[in-house]
Design a protein around this ligand. Structure first.
Ligand SMILES: Nc1ncnc2c1ncn2[C@@H]1O[C@H](COP(=O)(O)OP(=O)(O)OP(=O)(O)O)[C@@H](O)[C@H]1O
Length: 621
């Protein structure tokens, strides 16, 4: 079954490519039209990795299409390169290099700013082609006389002519491009790109180099566009300047949305619908002037009727059909857990479980300092959220940070893993300065945090949530393992299995995270931090919202995981904290109020006065 799901899409695409000239010809798809559709589909493969998979909407793909096309065409027509294949290679590589430059600027911006930068570069490229470089590009005239590729050498060489031979060439290249794109999507890089679309901040917090992965997707998209641009000149014997136009970029976006983003073949199907409508509408008498209006209306109807695009709706329908029973069962289990508190039982299981823990660091007990805050401060305008706080966390200990609401605990935690920068002061991890390295490098050095508000990848399964975390420290901040399946790393899979077991989430491994019950989501949140194999684990209110049984179980679990690593915990449940922590740091209005053992803190008059007053009074009554 796994084998089938892995290769059925490839087989279907291959079959469609073989049958298309025969089956679609009577419907008005000439061989030339099909070749043009494949050209759009080829740019679309890369664009879908950028937009559908990673969630980055570029309005500048024409720039790479144009660079690939004009470099290829110029090399061939000027006689600098004789082989079409070599010229295509250089053209594609040039588009990739240009993609690296544009992407370097663009990926540091998010949302509309990213899109605007790609659009601006696209327009600049159009201008450069038309003006300063017009001696090479032909300006508004483009480059005519681009030769078609040949197969074979010397006198036996066979020039691929227009019509069916050209279609076959494009079909073969598209198919290879599709197989490659699917491998990329299924690779660890593909898994991380999808996670970036789901929750960019968490991917960085787990230790992945988010800008570098976004840049990778950007360059992949530019390479596909460059290859398609190079092929366009050969196909038409002419490289048109409008390859660079904004309309080209816009049409690619429209076709991808119509066909279905995130499906890889969506842009191809969208191009087929779009080009067929365009060609045929123009043929209808009286429509010569109106076809753009009708095309616009058709687009609106398609987008409203098929929100996920043609292929997106098919994929959705299919996955609903096949996964519906499992999803219903998962939802029913969630309802049962929330209605009857079955987790109380699950919690007991969690507590009884005696799982061999993979030791992140030896529990030394020698008093060595794992983490140190030195005069940490963070100001928001006039508000001193954290004001000159210093404390040390002993290696292998459980250290608590407590304080009333608004005392500055979460802000302090964010500075401990460099999620936000301090206004002054610094954090040291095992004696080395951590402040300023950035959150993903901090994670790579061994600090992980489970958040006060869950930061999951909601549409990914529990297993895949853990996989994104486990991939981080094993592979480093960036690795280009684009061709191996994401689930083929034995150490990562073993790590996931142990954590699923520890968290009592084995039965929920394939459930999407958003379907989980609240307590399960909290456990997964902790599990993701744990899956990075941290030396220092920061837990921000891990018990919040849990039932009493779950709290007890989670406390036992925290004690377990602390045998192998240092744990720093922010929590409002003081009974739990006094039972767990060896040392406690107390914050009050951003300042350090006390720092000592649980007993010292309990007896500290300032703490009793400012924070534990109610508790103290209650105890002594
Ligand atoms: N991004 C921000 N901009 C402005 N003020 C902020 C920001 N983040 C936190 N603060 C303020 O800093 C102070 C400390 O907030 P913080 O969330 O660190 O407290 P806390 O001790 O974690 O509180 P709680 O227990 O309620 O989570 C609060 O007054 C809060 O309003």
């Amino acid at each position: 079954m796994k084998w089938a799901s892995r290769y059925v899409p490839e087989a279907l695409v291959l079959l469609t490519l073989v049958l298309a000239p025969v089956v679609l010809n009577p419907l008005g798809f000439s061989t030339d039209l099909l070749t043009r559709v494949l050209n759009w589909g080829l740019i679309g493969l890369g664009f879908d990795i950028l937009f559908g998979l990673t969630g980055l909407l570029s309005f500048g793909q024409a720039a790479f299409y144009g660079v690939g096309g004009f470099v290829t065409a110029y090399l061939l027509v000027s006689g600098a390169v004789g082989s079409v294949w070599l010229a295509l290679l250089v053209g594609t590589a040039s588009a990739g290099v240009f993609g690296l430059v544009v992407g370097w600027f663009a990926v540091r911006r998010i949302g509309i700013y990213f899109t605007m930068i790609t659009l601006a570069f696209g327009q600049m490229a159009y201008f450069i082609e038309n003006s300063p470089l017009s001696d090479y590009t032909g300006g508004e005239n483009g480059i005519p006389g681009v030769p078609a590729p040949t197969l074979g050498f010397g006198a036996d060489a066979f020039r691929i002519s227009a019509g069916l031979p050209m279609y076959v060439l494009f079909a073969v290249i598209f198919f290879l491009g599709y197989v490659l794109a699917r491998r990329i999507v299924r690779s660890p890089v593909g898994a991380i790109l999808l996670a970036i679309k789901e929750n960019t901040g968490r991917v960085a917090m787990l230790g992945h180099d988010v800008p570098a992965y976004k840049l990778t997707a950007f360059v992949i998209a530019a390479l596909y566009a460059g290859l398609a641009g190079g092929l366009l000149g050969s196909f038409q014997s002419y490289m048109p300047p409008d390859a660079f136009s904004l309309e080209t970029s816009g049409q690619l976006v429209v076709q991808t949305i119509v066909g279905g983003a995130g499906t890889l073949i969506g842009p191809l199907v969208g191009a087929a619908v779009w080009l067929w409508l365009r060609d045929n509408l123009q043929l209808i008498p009286g429509f010569a002037m109106l076809w753009k209006l009708v095309l616009g209306i058709a687009f609106i109807v398609l987008v409203i009727g098929l929100r996920r695009g043609v292929c997106g709706e098919i994929v959705h329908w299919w996955s609903e059909r096949t996964n519906q029973a499992a999803l219903r069962a998962a939802e029913a289990r969630t309802e049962a857990i929330e209605a009857h508190n079955i987790d109380a039982v699950a919690g007991e299981e969690l507590r009884r479980r005696d799982v061999a823990l993979s030791l992140a660091e030896p529990a030394t007990g020698d008093g060595e300092v794992a983490l140190e805050a030195r005069s940490l401060a963070r100001y928001y305008g006039g508000l001193r959220a954290v004001d000159g706080v210093s404390f040390k966390v002993r290696r292998g200990s459980i250290h608590a940070v407590i304080g009333p609401n608004g005392a500055g605990k979460s802000t302090l935690f964010k500075m401990l893993l460099d999620e936000i920068s301090p206004s002054s002061g610094e954090v040291l991890l095992f004696g080395e300065r951590l402040t300023g390295v950035g959150v993903s490098r901090a994670a790579q050095r061994g600090v992980a945090k489970s958040n006060q508000l869950n930061q999951l990848f909601p549409n990914l399964s529990v297993r895949n949530n853990l996989r994104i975390a486990a991939l981080a420290r094993g592979r480093g901040p960036l690795r280009f393992d684009l061709l191996r399946p994401a689930d083929s790393l034995p150490d990562v899979e073993a790590q996931i299995a142990v954590i699923l077991d520890q968290l009592n989430l084995v039965e929920r491994a394939d459930t999407p995270a958003h379907v989980l019950a609240y307590g399960e989501k909290r456990r997964l949140e902790i599990g993701m931090a744990l899956a990075t194999s941290p030396n220092v684990l920061l837990l921000d209110e891990p018990l919040a919202g849990m039932s009493p049984a779950e709290r007890a179980a989670t406390c036992a679990f925290i004690r377990d995981i602390a045998r192998a690593r240092t744990v720093v915990i922010v929590e409002h449940d003081l009974d739990a904290i006094f039972g767990l922590a060896e040392r406690i740091t107390v914050l009050y209005e951003g300042r350090l109020l006390a720092d000592g053992t649980a007993d010292e803190v309990r007896r500290n008059p300032a703490v009793q006065e400012a924070y534990l007053g109610g508790l103290h009074a209650h105890e002594s009554a």
